[in-house]
Design a protein around this ligand. Structure first.
Ligand SMILES: [Cu+2]
Length: 189
């Protein structure tokens, strides 16, 4: 149950309300007229704080340092040189190292048996998140390990190129130096 007093609290009278509004509108008009006349001066001489040079802020995002340009608000990578080299050669065949390959027993090289023609270029794409290699031989104990071909370490998300010009026709076993249980076969025709 509310009393009439609580329901209709009168804080001011209509005439006082109008006076207050008139004062505020008057101040706004005076300010606007001032701005119209001094606009060019204000644009020409901005307050000193707006002209202060701002140092770029460095933000670590997904392992890559991003540079934020305060004035434009845009973000960009600091230098192109930090990027991995992209193979310039157009590959004839693709050998993918599947995600999760480092876990023993998981599917690793795709395809398991890759058939190419002598002279073909193979792009080895590491779709995993950890480093792998494609190294000729049956394993680290193989005396001829890495004699025919070896990509060396390919970091996760990066690619390497294998050339087959120097290989004779035949089957070549290969493995991963980091995880010797990862094995595959390269067939050269
Ligand atoms: Cu590996």
């Amino acid at each position: 149950m509310t009393t009439p007093d609580e329901n209709h609290i009168i804080r001011t009278t209509p005439s006082r309300m109008l006076k207050g509004l008139a004062i505020m509108i008057g101040l706004i008009i005076i300010g606007s007229v001032y701005m119209v006349f001094y606009w060019h001066d204000m644009a020409k001489y901005p307050p000193p704080v707006a002209k202060m040079p701002m140092p770029p802020i460095h933000i670590e995002r997904l392992g890559q340092a991003m540079v934020t340009d305060i004035e434009s608000g845009s973000q960009h990578a600091p230098q192109e040189s930090a990027k991995a080299p992209v193979p310039a050669v157009k590959a004839d065949a693709l050998l993918t190292i599947l995600l999760g390959s480092s876990v023993q027993g998981s599917p690793d090289y795709d395809p398991d048996v890759l058939t190419v023609t002598k002279g073909n270029t193979i792009e080895v794409k590491n779709a995993d998140t950890v480093p792998h290699t494609v190294t000729s031989g049956t394993g680290p104990q193989d005396a001829n390990s890495a004699k025919q071909f070896d990509t060396g370490i390919i970091n996760g998300g990066e690619s390497a190129v294998l050339k087959t010009d120097s290989l004779t026709a035949g089957d070549y076993a290969y493995y991963c130096m980091v995880h010797p249980y990862m094995t595959g076969t390269l067939k050269v025709q």
